[in-house]
Design a protein around this ligand. Structure first.
Ligand code: DGL
Length: 257
């Protein structure tokens, strides 16, 4: 098979990376996609770095066994823990990661703190610390570890009382009087964007990295002459380590949200 027509593989600790997949599909509708959610092992953000590395290698092996031309690590936590190791092991395939979209949030230049919602691991790892160092002279950066939020989203709790109550309590932990912007530094969180807006109000921008990552993916494929020349709409296949119908149903629901 012509390599250009192979699928693009995506993985995440669960259903979160679907927020990146749906952006990529908007940008490149004629590509084929294979998504792997590791919901059986979610959340990754409270595991050890070694455990997340091992799970990330397994996820990439699964995608490669299906035949993919590129891999998107659609998980901020796995990107922080494993992207360098993955790239140095799988040298013949582009591997694209995602990190909290601090740059666009800082560039808005709004009064108040830039709150970074992410998993405890993402915020503790050196990749995020380097990012924070880079922007800390331009804005007040307030990391907000959101343990427990991935679990709510994995069980389909994306709107209503329970998740809004979680968020209301969580934002009380922000170490600043005023919030200027919110960065969603975990790919699960775009699915609760409406709830975040309900809690914080319409005026605070809520930014995520899925669009930037998708554009980066497109550039990489373009530079390597790997874009799919097909003219018709591509296919999507979704797999999950949980192997139950409910998680696949939730995945498609989120893809079409
Ligand atoms: N979607 C993952 C991320 O972007 C969630 C990680 C987790 O399972 O804790 O970080």
């Amino acid at each position: 098979m012509d390599k250009k027509r192979l699928s693009i593989g995506f993985f995440d600790s669960g259903v979160g990376g679907i927020s990146v997949l749906r952006e990529a599909m908007k940008l490149m509708p004629n590509e084929n996609y294979i998504y792997f959610g590791d919901s059986k092992n979610a959340p990754y953000g409270v595991k050890t770095v070694e455990e997340v590395q091992e799970l990330s290698f397994k996820a990439v092996d699964f995608l490669l066994s299906k035949g993919v031309k590129a891999v998107v690590v659609a998980c901020n936590t796995a990107t922080s823990a494993a992207i360098e190791e993955l790239r140095s092991f799988y040298k013949n395939i582009p591997i694209i990661g995602i990190e909290p979209a601090l740059k666009p949030a800082v560039e808005l230049n709004r009064e108040g703190a830039v709150v970074i919602m992410a998993t405890p691991m993402t915020l503790a790892e050196k990749k995020f610390n380097a990012l924070q160092e880079k922007y800390k002279s331009q804005a007040q950066i307030a990391p907000l570890p959101c343990g427990g939020l991935v679990e709510l989203i994995e069980t389909g709790n994306i709107e209503g009382g329970v998740v809004e109550e979680y968020l209301r309590e969580k934002f009380k932990e922000v170490n600043s009087d005023k919030i200027g912007a919110v960065v969603l530094g975990c790919t699960h969180y775009p699915f609760v964007r409406d709830s975040i807006i309900n809690v914080l109000g319409q005026d605070i921008p809520v930014i995520d990295g899925s669009d930037g990552t998708s554009r980066h993916l497109k550039n990489i494929l373009e530079d390597n002459a790997m874009l799919n020349p097909a003219e018709k709409q591509g296919k999507v296949e979704i797999y999950n380590s949980l192997e139950n119908a409910a998680i696949i149903d939730l995945s498609y629901k989120l893809l079409n949200k």
